[in-house]
Design a protein around this ligand. Structure first.
Ligand code: ADP
Ligand code: MG
Length: 488
């Protein structure tokens, strides 16, 4: 970009997927089922209905607020954001504005981006309800109210982000936080994460801590994938830089644009001057309720170790490399699997190698979650034990791994049923070696301990007789001793 630097602020919406029911009604929190099957009179705004706040959703929102180092409020309130659109039949969305205090304000988040630490301030975090999903066809539209009332967390950052890379690293970090807290799968493919991206550019040598120097904010709505966030930011930086260069930037008004995935461009929607006044007011049907100190402390004490802390623990306590540790903590389920495996007594390096190698590549290529993975930590231990005790070679270990998953049997069962046990029994190997020696008098005579190349020939013969099951190290050792004795 050269002479300009970007200021970027994100508004990240993430559905809470882990409550049983919706945020203000007892309908099931799930919308991947038949359209309009998980709804009730509250979601449909039938006359006389009253909302009931889901305590579990509030608890999860408070956990997120604490993980973002926000201040928590003394009282919970909800407010009506009034607008008319069929996606919310009430005529308003229940949400929280910054006055009174939402579920969190003034936090900060530190994460890694391209090997460097980056801190972004959080302006606020609030709990609200999602709207129904609409699908538009040629001459009609459909509405599915299953999503109406699904709990939604919206976090708003300060414009502390300065590149598309940092924005994506921030979102990936937050996805990990939500997953580790067991609040949400935070899966953008399922539509659980949606972002609005605010971008402006300013002269590089001006002080960016002073808002007076900031450029004109352009808000890009409805960016529904992390790749989309990256592309939308890069597109806006380019577009705005061009405006600067043509001296058109200064007279530009604040505006709202829409990300168009197909064309990879942002499209003008409206000027900020036409901004809608939502006439927020406190929802009168939900009494403000005090958050007790005890409850807040209980929630704080329940916060699990997040990815970054776990990574440090793996490096410092389990002697893993930064690289291995980073891969393990990327998804909580994977980290949990690894920890379970070591708790059974498996060496940490071996557990990490198997998890990051064979297991992750199997999960990725079969597109399955480790929760549905047949090979449990107990079975992984069994497999590693079989290799460590030299019952099978490490090469056979990989075969056993594949067979376990194919035949749905334990590693021990596979090794037994496939007759894969290596022959390490010296008595049996001695007997085979004698046979080999008797059958190959010429090679025995030609053997020279100074030039042991012919040894490979003997090992080959042993492998042939045992169909590859002789332990190569033991067999080679015994063969050498035998030949040395014969030469005496
Ligand atoms: P609004 O009142 O229009 O919603 P806010 O001040 O609440 O605006 O900011 C919304 C988002 O825009 C926040 O994420 C904030 O960090 C970001 N933002 C504010 N000013 C700028 C700017 N000049 N450039 C880029 N992003 C900005
Ligand atoms: Mg806003």
């Amino acid at each position: 970009m050269g002479k300009y630097k970007a200021k970027i602020g994100l508004e990240m919406h993430c559905e809470i997927s882990e409550t049983k029911t919706k945020v203000f009604s007892s309908a099931k929190n799930s919308y991947s089922e038949e359209a309009n099957s998980n709804i009730n009179p509250i979601d449909m705004a039938f006359p006389g209905i009253l909302p009931v706040v889901n305590k579990e959703a509030v608890r999860m929102a408070l956990m997120a607020s604490m993980a973002l180092n926000c201040q928590q409020p003394e009282y919970m309130y909800f407010e009506r954001k009034n607008y008319y659109y069929p996606d919310l039949p009430k005529g308003f969305q229940l949400t929280q504005e910054t006055k009174p205090i939402p579920v969190g304000i003034y936090g900060q988040v530190t994460f890694e981006c391209n090997g460097k630490e980056k801190t972004v301030r959080i302006n606020n975090l609030h709990l609200e309800e999602d709207a129904a999903s609409l699908d538009h066809y040629d001459d009609f539209s459909t509405i599915d109210y299953n999503r109406a009332g699904v709990p939604l967390l919206e976090l708003v950052t300060e414009p502390d982000i300065s590149s598309a890379d940092e924005a994506v690293a921030f979102l990936e970090h937050m996805r990990s936080v939500y997953q580790y807290l067991n609040i949400s799968e935070a899966d953008s493919k399922k539509g659980q994460v949606r972002c609005d991206v605010n971008v402006s550019i300013m002269d590089e040598d001006l002080d960016d801590s002073d808002p007076k120097n900031w450029g004109t904010k352009i808000e890009v709505k409805n960016v529904n994938s992390f790749g989309g966030v990256r592309d939308a930011i890069n597109y806006e930086i380019k577009r705005q830089t061009k405006l600067k260069e043509n001296n058109e930037y200064e007279q530009m008004e604040q505006q709202t644009r829409r990300w168009d995935e197909e064309s990879g461009t942002t499209i003008y929607m409206r000027s900020k001057v036409d901004a809608i006044d939502y006439k927020y007011f406190v929802e009168p049907n939900i009494p403000k309720f005090k958050l007790s100190k005890e409850w807040l402390e209980e929630i704080k004490a329940s916060l699990p170790m997040l990815a970054y802390e776990r990574k440090l623990k793996y490096i410092n306590n389990y002697n893993l490399s930064d690289y291995d540790a980073s891969i393990l903590v990327k998804q909580r389920d994977i980290a949990d699997y690894f920890e379970k495996t070591i708790s059974l007594g498996v060496d940490s390096k071996q557990a990490a190698n198997w998890t990051n190698g064979m297991i992750l590549s199997y999960l990725n290529s079969n597109e399955i979650n480790i929760k549905e993975f047949f090979l449990t930590p107990e079975m992984l231990k069994e497999l590693i034990d079989l290799i460590n005790s030299k019952t099978i070679s490490s090469k056979q270990g990989k075969e056993v791994f594949a067979k376990v998953l194919e035949k749905k049997k334990s590693p021990k069962e596979i090794v037994e049923s496939e007759g894969m046990m290596q022959i390490t029994d010296t008595g049996e190997l001695d007997r085979i070696i004698d046979e080999v020696v008797n059958e190959n008098p010429e090679q025995v005579a030609a053997y020279d301990p100074e030039r042991p190349k012919i040894l490979d020939y003997f090992i080959g013969q042993i492998m042939k007789k045992t169909r590859g099951k002789a332990n190569p190290v033991t067999a080679s050792q015994l063969m050498k001793e035998k030949l040395a004795n014969l030469k005496k």
